[in-house]
Write a protein that binds this ligand. Structure first.
Ligand code: PMP
Length: 504
């Protein structure tokens, strides 16, 4: 029996005794068991009037390409959203703990963002940038003001892959070097250019040339990697691994750095690298955090060899990590290029590359064009998202509610051995499910899916990630509150309890 009730009572008080109505219509199989109540919402979504569930399935099968994967055995039809809530076609309400894959930063259909978009829509949609429409200029000022140092030039695009494509191009043009380093377990995009950066076998097509000039270095992962310890991470929760490092030192980080140096010694042309890409916390890879101090030393090494550091803030930007607006700031280094997408537009197709004017000048060597990048609607949304983050203090909320979340999950980890690791910062959280705490082997896929699906049935949508899909990814809209957290943690606990009670 894997489950052990080590804590009878916790500060999070997992055992709630009132009965519940989960959604307006809840999944009957689990209604009776969960005794925690879904937080109230005053919002009433419009009734669903679209095609039938069966028709949607048929259209998907016949007219959409098969790469379009839907979550869950019986995929959800979601037709409306409001802040942290999503609604399916039958009127069920779900607490969205994945935010459209870390994208809905300030809340679904946030009224202020909606208003900014609708005002812009009634004035001007699109011209391309051959005319100087005002919004892109206003937005460029607002966004670059968020960056330190010389990071003051922005190029707007439409997706994270495009942003990383452009960063690769700029790094190669500016340095005159070709080779680019990324980490195993990284995800930087799906365009043919960025697929080479992405280092998950599951996300790579066997095409010639994808890896042209790209090397994947050892992932400095203090939980699953060959080195790790009990104080490596910048997180309220540490790994279950032990070490004897004194405070403020991390031997695992030093070991990983030494390993990186080997790549420079043996695999790169001497003194020549174009760039190293680093997510501040790996997202798709399962919320993997690097040892403290590692990225700063890696950045110094890259700079000493003529290269640039690209901080991929597609998931970690815009206050999500809580203590800083950008994830790289907590690592204590200054990137040369920062790429961002997802949360920047709260779901609107908007992304950007911010760099120094000197590096940006490399684009002047030829013509470079992007039809939609920073168009008036996108810019209006981007400005409004920045306004809401400031006005509603969402960075602070991420820190406070995220830390509470992590603490509650750590308590859950003490009750259930299959929670091997809890990690992250702010509202960028991962919960790794394992079959054995000692070996850290992943929990078998059917068992993970069981837990994940039961959470959905009880009204909480988590994401999944990591190479084996055994990490629950928790990256909700940054407007969630403690009551939401409490409900989500209770649901997860109940789903684990149910799965352990079911004969496998
Ligand atoms: N970088 C990171 C860190 C990402 O998580 C993603 C998307 N998951 C991308 C880049 C690519 O973004 P997009 O899907 O918008 O192309």
């Amino acid at each position: 029996m894997m489950s052990k009730r080590l804590l009878a009572q916790t500060t999070c008080n997992m055992l709630i005794r009132c009965s519940s109505t989960l959604h307006s219509k809840a999944a009957p199989a689990v209604m009776a068991q969960l005794q925690s109540e879904m937080p109230q919402s005053d919002h009433r979504p419009a009734e669903y009037t679209g095609p039938s569930y069966e028709r949607i399935l048929e259209t998907r099968k016949n007219h959409l390409t098969p790469n379009l994967l839907a979550h869950f055995k019986k995929p959800l039809v979601i037709h409306a959203g409001h802040m942290q809530w999503l609604y399916d076609h039958e009127g069920r309400r779900y607490l969205d703990m994945f935010g459209g894959i870390v994208t809905v930063s300030v809340g679904h259909c946030h009224p202020k963002v909606n208003q900014a978009l609708s005002e812009q829509m009634s004035r001007l949609w699109h011209t391309t940038n051959i005319y100087m429409h005002p919004k892109i200029h206003e937005y460029a000022e607002r966004l670059t003001a968020k960056f330190p140092g010389k990071l003051k030039a922005v190029c707007f695009v439409n997706s994270g892959s495009e942003a990383n494509d452009l960063a690769m191009l700029m790094a190669r043009l500016h340095t005159g070097n070709q080779d680019i380093l990324t980490f195993r377990n990284a995800y930087h995009g799906m365009s043919p250019y960025t697929m080479g950066l992405t280092a998950h076998s599951t996300w790579r097509y066997p095409l010639p040339g994808v890896n042209n000039g790209i090397l994947h270095v050892m992932n400095p992962d203090p939980y699953q990697g060959i080195w790790g310890g009990s104080a490596c991470r910048d997180s309220p929760v540490q790994t279950t691994r032990s070490c004897s490092c004194p405070p403020n030192e991390c031997q695992a980080g030093v070991n990983y750095y030494n390993e990186l140096e080997q790549t420079f010694k043996y695999s790169l042309p001497r003194g020549k690298v174009a760039a190293m890409f680093a997510e501040s916390i790996q997202g798709v890879g399962g919320t993997v955090q690097f040892p403290k101090g590692y990225l700063k030393r890696a950045a110094d090494l890259v700079h000493a060899n003529g290269g640039l550091i690209v901080a991929d803030e597609v998931q970690t930007g815009f206050g999500r990590t809580g203590d800083h607006f950008w994830g790289f700031e907590a690592h204590g280094y200054m990137p040369d290029i920062v790429t961002m997408a997802k949360g920047i537009g709260n779901g609107f197709p908007l992304a950007a590359v911010v760099t120094t004017p000197e590096i940006a000048a490399s684009l002047g060597m030829a013509l470079h064009f992007n039809t939609y990048g920073g168009n008036p609607m996108a810019s209006a949304v981007g400005i409004s998202v920045l306004d809401v983050i400031e006005e509603e203090q969402l960075q602070r909320n991420s820190l406070e509610v995220g830390t509470y979340f992590l603490n509650c999950l750590e308590e859950l980890q003490q009750r259930y051995e299959l929670i091997g690791d809890v990690r992250g910062k702010g509202l960028m959280i991962g919960v790794e499910l394992v079959s054995d705490r000692e070996t850290r082997a992943p929990l078998a896929a059917p068992h993970v899916l069981d837990i994940w699906e039961t959470c959905k049935d009880m009204g909480v949508l988590f994401g999944r990630g990591g190479l084996h899909g055994n990490v629950l990814r928790i990256k909700p809209p940054m407007c969630i509150n403690r009551a939401d957290v409490k409900f989500a943690v209770d649901v997860l606990g109940q789903a684990i309890e149910d799965s352990l009670a079911t004969p496998k």
